[in-house]
Design a protein around this ligand. Structure first.
Ligand SMILES: Cc1ncc(C[n+]2csc(CCOP(=O)(O)OP(=O)(O)O)c2C)c(N)n1
Ligand code: SF4
Ligand SMILES: [Mg+2]
Length: 329
């Protein structure tokens, strides 16, 4: 069915935040915490995508705090999926639109189909459905909004939770003083490494809103599956002052703990690389989840950040040959 015209949407680049569309499709009327990074992320993604959009929302904070009966911030169609099956639901929505269009039963433009899954709903408990969507090649943007925990059920550890974080499942104590002992999964590399039909993967961060929106637009302009890993600081789970949400995102980049990049058809493009990196403690010190860490634990996180910087340097030159090295937990 390659020659069929599915009327895919096209998007202009947003030149600056001031030039971003005024229209909002994630509006007031939700119950997320003040300063919620995932809520800000949703707002930016919806703004970038515009009105012809369908969101699939697996269970998580962005479902539970946003979908009380008769009180929802979604001003575009939105459907809940189970935490396990965001990828399967989105695949079905995409396939249904294609069939309707081919049968002449729908002649509007092809909607942006976006899964907004938490870290749990994407790269842990939702991984099989996400991977299957990408393997089959559905035209869907799958976003992992990463607040680095299973937040909705009380801040339990997830595979993207940082080494050293205090969560309800990794409390620091006498035997395990650092709290979480494992280093996180690498969602974009997981997608890039295993899904031949995926041609665009990007990382983004609510601290850089224009960049985030433009990456969403670029992802949506692909006819194949695309993936974004978006850092979304969570004041409740990370225990920082709620006015610092965007600042936490920026500090993650400035310390090298988060890397901003696009991967397009095998090529990496990095952005927001600081001239001089700050020590990781500049990021950790604001967050109560790291308050118990001793010097030796902070040194491990510094080594992790340093390894990421080295990886980025190499990947920019020779993407195929490098993988990130992380220190043993
Ligand atoms: C199969 C299944 N297991 C567990 C749950 C309980 N549950 C609901 S939301 C949630 C946390 C989801 O974490 P994440 O996907 O990271 O989203 P967040 O809450 O952090 O936004 C969990 C474990 C569930 N709804 N379904
Ligand atoms: S717990 Fe975190 S992710 Fe959930 S609503 Fe609160 S700030 Fe947002
Ligand atoms: Mg989460």
């Amino acid at each position: 069915m390659k020659d069929f015209d599915y009327k895919y949407q096209t998007f202009d680049r947003i030149k600056s935040y001031r030039n971003a569309p005024r229209e909002e499709y994630y509006v007031p009327g939700h119950r997320t915490c003040a300063g919620c990074g995932p809520a800000l992320c949703y707002r930016l993604v919806a703004k970038a995508a515009g009105k012809d959009t369908i969101f699939v929302g697996p269970t998580g904070c962005m479902y539970v705090a946003n979908s009380s009966y008769l009180c929802t911030p979604y001003a575009v169609p939105w459907t809940h999926a189970q935490i396990t099956n965001g990828g399967a639901v989105a695949s079905g929505v995409e396939a249904a639109y294609k069939v309707l269009m081919r049968k002449g039963k729908y002649d509007g433009s092809f909607p942006n189909i976006i899964v907004m899954a938490g870290d749990g709903g994407s790269v842990d408990i939702g991984l099989q459905a996400m991977s299957a969507l990408m393997y089959r090649g559905h035209k869907v943007l799958f976003i992992c909004y990463d607040n680095e925990s299973y937040a909705n059920t009380g801040i339990q550890t997830s595979p993207t939770t940082s080494y050293g974080a205090n969560t309800t499942f990794t409390p620091p104590g006498k035997l395990i003083p650092e709290g979480k002992t494992l280093f996180p999964k690498d969602p974009p590399q997981l997608v890039i490494g295993g899904h031949p039909l995926v041609k665009y993967v990007a990382t983004a961060n609510v601290g850089y809103p224009t960049d985030l929106m433009n990456k969403v637009r670029k992802a949506l302009s692909y006819e194949s599956p695309t993936f974004m890993h978006i850092l979304c600081p969570c004041p409740k789970g990370w225990k920082f002052d709620e006015k610092l949400t965007a600042e936490m995102g920026k500090l993650a980049v400035q310390t090298g703990l988060w890397t901003q990049y696009e991967w397009e058809n095998g090529e990496y493009k990095f952005s927001h690389i600081p001239k001089k990196y700050k020590p990781v403690d500049e990021y950790l010190k604001h967050q109560g989840r790291f308050g118990h860490l001793k010097k030796e634990h902070i040194a491990k996180l510094q080594a992790f950040a340093d390894a990421k910087k080295e990886w980025a340097k190499k990947a920019a030159v020779s993407p195929i040959e490098v993988v990130a090295q992380v220190p043993a937990g």
